[in-house]
Each structure stands twice: as C-alpha cells, then as structure tokens.
Design a protein around this ligand. Sequence first.
Ligand code: ATP
Ligand code: MG
Length: 352
Amino acid sequence: MAYIELNQVTKRFGSVVAVDRMNLQINQGECVAMLGPSGCGKTTTLRMVAGFEDLDDGEIRVGERIISSKAKRYYLPPEQRNFGMVFQAFAVWPHLSVYENVAFPLRIRKLPREEIHARTEEALKHTNLYKVAQDSPEGLSGGGKQRVALARALAIRPDVMLLDEPLSSLDPHFREEMRFEIKDLQRRFGFSILYVTHDQSEAMALSDRILVMQSGIVQQVGTPLEVYASPVNRFVFEFIGLSCFIETRLDQNGMRIGDTPYAWPENIAPPVELVLAGKGLLAARPTEIDFVADGGIRGTVMRKVYLGETIDYRVLVDGTEVRVQKTRRTPGPAIGDNCGLRFSRPHWYPVG
Ligand SMILES: Nc1ncnc2c1ncn2[C@@H]1O[C@H](COP(=O)(O)OP(=O)(O)OP(=O)(O)O)[C@@H](O)[C@H]1O
Ligand SMILES: [Mg+2]
C-alpha cells in the first residue's frame, strides 16, 4: 500500500499553474526524487505535502488518513504531520548551540525532558555532530550546518523526510559524502524521502524512483534506469543525461536526413505512427553511437576533444551536429574525416 498518496494535486498562483493534477504514490521507506527545471513546481509540491501551502484541487493522504483535501476543506497543520524538512538555505539559529538547534522542535512539541535529551543525543551521534554539540553552528562549514538541519529533522523521528535541494549549496566533495549519509540514515530509520533536486546525478544516486516534471506536469515516474533508458518523451530524454537529436523525414522505404536518403539501417526502424506522420526525431545518447567505416549515417567530424577517459566528438550530419562519446581506447576518426554513425539504442519521438 502506498504510504503517501497525492491525488490530482493542483496549485495555482494567479494565472500560473504551479502544480497541475499531480498523482504520486510513495511507499514506506522509499526515496522519490523530484527532478525538473527551475520553476517547474518542485518546491510548491513539497510545501503542499509539508502543509505550508494549501491545495487548489485534489488531496494528499498518509496511509488511510487524509492530511490535505480541497473538497473536504481539511488541512492538518504542518506541526501535526510527522515530517522532517531540510531546505537549501542553511536554516540554523546562530544564537543557539548545535544541541539546542536540534532539541528546539522537540521542546515546541513539549516532549518530556529525558525524551528530548535522548532523541537529541541520538540525532547528534548519527550526524557526527556530537563533538560540537555545545558550539554555535555559526562556526561550522556549509556541510556542518546542513548536518544540523538534518539532525533537527531526524530528532522528531519523522515518517517522511522532505528535502528541498539540501545539498546544492555545498561544494561537490561534501555533496557526495552527504548523499551517502542521508541514504545511510534512511536505511537505519526507515523513513520515506521526497527529495527535490535539479542535479540528475544526485537523483540517480539517492532515489528508488525519479519523478521528472515540467511546467507543473509530471512527465514520467520510474526507477533511475527506466527514466534514463526509456524516456517517455523528448523532454525527459533531454533532461536526463546527454542527448542528441536528428530530425528526419520518413516514408515506407526509409528516411531522409536533410536531402540524403537512407534505407532503414538495422535496428533503427521508427514506430509506424511516425512513418505515417512523415517525420520523426531520432534521439540518441552520445555514448550509444558507434563509428563505422562503411554505411551508417554519414557525417563529417568537426570537433574532437579529449575529456580524460572519454573523447567527445561533434559530427556534422546534414547540418545537424551529433555528439558522440567514445572511450579514448577506441580508435576513432580524426577532425575532418568522413565517417558513418551507427545508433546502438536509438529512440524515436514525434517532431515538435
Ligand atoms: N508564493 C508564490 N507566489 C506566486 N508564484 C509562485 C509562488 N511560489 C511559486 N510560484 C510560482 O510557481 C511556479 C513553481 O515554483 P516552484 O518554486 O515550485 O518551482 P521549483 O521547481 O521549486 O523551482 P526551483 O528549481 O527554481 O527551486 C513558478 O512559476 C513560480 O514562479
Ligand atoms: Mg524550488
């Protein structure tokens, strides 16, 4: 059974539909990452789940229990939802010690003193803050401050962690380390996570499933592999991982790229709807294109750049630049060479 369920959740700000009829189910102990460009509605979704924002339509449940419902005019206040939250900005109180920062929400909840102490100590230990418990968080690094925010969320023993780009202000080294720590805490405490990021590698590394949204509309929800290997549309294909696209004209016999006709190379035939429509977009990952001496789709190598282990090529195919990446161990063409491209895992999408 789904633990958190969003049904037809909608939020408008004036004429902007920030979140549009969103459906999502999150299981107990599952981590779902929300990925999408700036302004697509990620924070708004999180704020609705947290209870900071009401809904213009739809409802949100935790288990059997409704926590927000437009139709029923019901909102459980945020402090009564057992959710921990961590935001991008370092939300620590500088005038309180690290210990008091973590204990604060428990004091608000008026827990017994011993309980507050036990939970605070536990949260500090699990976030490696025990040694600095009596210090001001001001002296901590960005990573340290985010740890305080994480400990504070942890101390309430949340059912769900709502994390809004918690690592994006950290430098890359800390970011990677904190990913592991968050994952570790989740394993130990068993909470579910709704994790907002626009860093796709973070989403891939952390989550059981990824939700990709654009302009308030969910485009795809799936495992990291599903979203990467089988994107449902051009937007998802382009948003996750490197991509290149070639516009083609299609008919029964084959395709044309610019003015050049090609018979269907093996494994590349498009779906019949696109053939009937007369055009299609051929999509590929730069790592899933091979160079062939004869045949293939012909082009000219315009650029060749060493990126350490990989070589990044730009091949001009009838006016369209196609990006190809091969390991530096594979022999490849030189700049100016005419070459053939073979697509090992092509995808097809409608044009426009
Ligand atoms: N309080 C508000 N008043 C008016 N418009 C808002 C408000 N909050 C969000 N919006 C609008 O709703 C849309 C979604 O915003 P949201 O903050 O949820 O995006 P986001 O995906 O979190 O973006 P980012 O990656 O930049 O954080 C945007 O068009 C934004 O301008
Ligand atoms: Mg945001």
